[in-house]
Design a protein around this ligand. Sequence first.
Ligand code: G1P
Ligand code: ZN
Length: 539
Amino acid sequence: MRTQYITSTPFSDQRPGTSGLRKATQTFQKAHYSENFIQAVFNTLGIAGKTLVIGGDGRFHNKAVLQTIIAMAVAQGAKALIITQNGLLSTPAASHLIRLNQADYGMILSASHNPGGADGDFGIKVNLERGEPAPEHVTEAIYQQSLALDGYITTDNGAIDLSELGDTRLGDTKIRIISATTDYVALMQECFDFPAIKRWLEQYRIAFDALHAVTGPYAKALFVDALGVDETYLLNTTPLPDFGGKHPDPAPDRIDELKHKMTEDERIVLVAASDGDGDRNLISGRDGVINPCDSLAVIADHHADIPCLRTLRGVARSMPTCRAIDKVASAQRLTCYETPTGWKFFANLLDAELIQLCGEESFGTGGDHIREKDGLWTILCWLNILAVSGKTPDQLIHEHWQRYGRHHFNRFDYSGLDPESATKMLASLERDLTKYIGQTHHGLTITSAGQFNYTDPTNGETTPGQGLQVQFGSQARIICRLSGTDTRGVTLRIYCEYWQQDITTKPALAGTTATLASLAQGALNISAFCGKTQPDHIV
Ligand code: G1P
Ligand code: ZN
């Protein structure tokens, strides 16, 4: 094995965002681009003598970058590389493997729910020794390293075979190829009451869509092999480099196949899907998709039915996630924390045992079993609740609204904006924001308005500027922030929430979230700053 030093010049755009470094695939294909970023990670976290877990969601360019990481890690004296068969590894399973094997850190190749392929997106996420996404100070250090590089170290060893399980050695590095699913399935069996779910599944049917992304093999192992679901109820389970040409995003407007399945078979009471790397979840009853904010609240409310959540004491939601869970927390005497957008902010709360359940409006929910959101785990939470209660998802959600009132919630996305104009637009609103306090619009009075600045209660670390928040007491709320996962231009996200206490009457605010969104659109003056008169996407 020959070690080579390859000279390169720094790229100025390698600052990781909400969830790792995410760019157009073509950017990662530029000469030295991936290598430079990997070297920046190694320089920041160390590589000689370290154990790493590596894998990815199977998208185009995964295999090439995986081999690049292997060659560079071997050349720089890594102690061990734990790699899943064929390099396929979901984000939640990666978090678990890092913890289980006491690895030093992991690298997950994924751009999550963004489309894949040569014209799609690619990404590299770094997770630390507790399985958690690297926090801001680490991603910032990686970025600073990336700006100071003059090259990287690799070998000319050639690609290694990732298809056979087993251990080999390359230089000083042990290479372990393991099953992607075995340890994860064992963890799920510890978390949930599989015999009860299996009995429930004798009476009811479920369907799952893996969207040709990474969860196919995991779903087969869990639903078919462990729980006895007929394989025909699982859709698109073969991971493909381009996700079959589809968007690997479990959004409500992308589940036509599941809806069709429900019309074919009336026994189906729940359908579900996950995203590219398996950390998101979508859950729908026959009456429609369950909003992730409601899903989080229902799981919290029924936590006693779920073995791994039985001792729940604290919960957290990201700031834009609606306040449905806050109502449950106050009724059940659980502490409820509010964090900035992005999973990395939950990890410290989980480690400090302040929370055991957390979630985001963007179809992400997770517990303290790992340090990532977990799509299949969330689906199993629902199945466990259904198995214990004997109710359908539609019944559960209806009962929830009856008890706690209904939080209408939508996110309005304005995409492809010029970053500078969008930043100016938000800064301009921020300057004026306090003037709005006390004003009444559509019968709702603004009780507070300002920037969301976060202080981590476990270590005092502050993260300022996480989004503009306008509150109308506990009745309604509007939040505006810019996305941190864009690869082309920037997206303005406007999150609107309206609480209807009595679901037997019409909401007092007509058009609820759309009315709030147009209020925000006017206050931001989006058309003047960014030339948009309506959102591109409403979730
Ligand atoms: C988006 C979601 C956020 C999630 C992240 C990674 O980030 O809004 O909740 O954690 O993807 O899945 P954003 O583009 O808003 O920065
Ligand atoms: Zn994802």
